[in-house]
Design a protein around this ligand. Structure first.
Ligand code: GTG
Length: 418
């Protein structure tokens, strides 16, 4: 064995065994006392050494993770309703994460101006619908792989329209069923050629498209093809650095039933499990698969109540940013949720919004919930190379194209996905 390869092997061992300093300090009763901002850049080189393994991939001896397509057409489809949701032990985390999304959506809709048109990729059961309606957008197109989830979204849409807006509803809504990163997907053919978008969003779902480069390209084509110059692509993802750090720093904990298995970490509410240590180098930064479990959300079990992890792929952000550039998408903002909180809360509007969205929320298990919140980061890309010119005032697509507004029907095309 050469000196280099033996050094490399030493590094690999080090990656999984080193106990570096503790990353979080998250025993906080309320966001106002939330954990200190996270230094998301630290340990970056360790992550790269993880991705550049020289060893051959191992055959997994574990049961394979549940495929997300299967999950979202069966057990992953459920809507416990507002009351059921309140009973969740992780309701603070869910509400906080919704505040992050609501704030980001508000900020970018506001920057885009009047009559914004939105493409929501992986819209799921429509959890963000009302965040857009509150910003008075004119066009919403939601697309998802799961027809069942779209049906949930349609039910929720009707409820929101009737309960909150009655005669004052202004958004044309269209839903489309499509596997958004299949190289054969036909999303662009299914969206009327007259529609372009000011904002494209993908919340908590980009990881599914990191299976391989073809899938990511097919997905980014959908993101960028009808996004106007100067428009934004926004989203939320699990942060690669945090995953890698936690995997390295995991410790045996006799009280924690989820983390004492091989290559697994988490707490009593969430768990992340890798089934192999080494990934085939020929796949580059793609296909780095782990299983995810989160109580009441990505919560999948067998008949005996054992967790059946749902598989997702690490979003290697440096690579993602590089590939986005090929589609004319340039990074403007990326922040861990904790840092996002510290930044946005300085603005009175977002502070008030957090007070509203987090009021009457059960604040038990805060340490565990902050630990989960810190897994996530937001990202924002802007279409078009940054230049002096691109700082000009942006005119939303539906304002620029008045003819489209004229034939506007404020109703939902409910059958759009059959
Ligand atoms: P979730 O979608 O299960 O719950 P909520 O946001 O509470 O949704 N997470 C989620 N996903 C999909 C992934 C994933 O694929 N991978 C990983 N690693 N993590 C994921 O998500 C919960 C958490 O799971 C996320 O925050 C991520 O951490 C993680 P929902 O119940 O639909 O609520 C959304 C919004 O709709 C809230 O503001 C509610 O108040 C509101 N709402 C709910 N029901 C209704 C209703 O009936 N009417 C109205 N008007 N609003 C409603």
């Amino acid at each position: 064995m050469s000196k280099e390869s033996s050094d490399e092997d030493d590094k690999q061992e080090d990656f999984f065994n080193t106990n570096t300093k503790k990353e979080d300090n998250n025993n906080s009763p309320h966001p106002d006392d939330s954990p200190k901002p996270v230094d998301e850049q630290s340990n970056n080189s360790d992550k790269n050494s993880f991705l550049n393994k020289k060893k051959k991939p191992e055959e997994s001896k574990e049961k394979p993770f549940v495929n997300y397509q299967e999950y979202y057409t069966t057990s992953g489809v459920r809507d416990p309703g507002k009351e059921g949701r309140k009973a969740s032990r992780i309701i603070f985390l869910r509400s906080f994460n919704n505040w992050v999304k609501a704030s980001m959506i508000n900020k970018y809709c506001h920057l885009l101006g009047k009559d914004v048109s939105v493409l929501d990729l992986c819209c799921g059961k429509g959890g963000d619908l009302d965040k857009y309606f509150m910003n008075k957008i004119k066009l919403y197109v939601g697309a998802d792989i799961s027809e069942e989830l779209i049906k949930n979204a349609l039910t929720r849409l009707e409820k929101i329209k009737n309960e909150k807006y009655s005669n004052n509803f202004q958004t044309k809504c269209i839903f489309i069923k499509e596997d958004l990163s299949s190289p054969q997907n036909e999303l662009m053919e299914k969206i009327d050629k007259k529609y372009y978008f000011d904002l494209v969003s993908c919340q908590f779902a980009l990881h599914y498209h990191f299976e391989n480069e073809q899938r990511l390209n097919a997905f980014l084509f959908n993101v960028s093809e009808r996004l106007c110059d100067g428009g934004y692509f926004i989203g939320t993802i699990i942060e690669d650095n945090v995953i890698v750090k936690r995997l390295r720093n995991r410790k045996f904990n006799s009280e924690n039933k989820y983390i004492n298995e091989k290559l697994t970490f988490g707490n009593e509410f969430y768990s992340v499990k890798f089934s192999q240590k080494h990934f085939d180098k020929k796949n580059g930064p793609f296909g780095i698969k782990y299983g995810f479990y989160l109580e009441d959300s990505i919560d999948n079990r067998d008949e005996e109540g054992n967790i059946k992890y749902v598989g997702e792929y690490l979003v290697v952000f440096k690579e993602f940013e590089k590939i986005c550039k090929k589609y004319g998408l340039y990074l403007v903002e990326k922040e861990n949720f904790t840092n996002f909180y510290h930044d946005y809360i300085k603005d009175n509007f977002y502070k008030k919004l957090s007070a509203k969205m987090l009021k009457d929320i059960n604040t038990s298990f805060m340490k565990q919930q902050w630990e989960i919140i810190q897994l996530y980061t937001i990202f924002v890309f802007r279409k078009g190379e940054p230049s002096e010119k691109s700082k000009d005032k942006y005119v939303p697509y539906l304002v620029k194209n008045k003819s489209i507004i004229k034939d506007y029907e404020p109703e939902c095309k409910t059958g759009a996905f059959d």
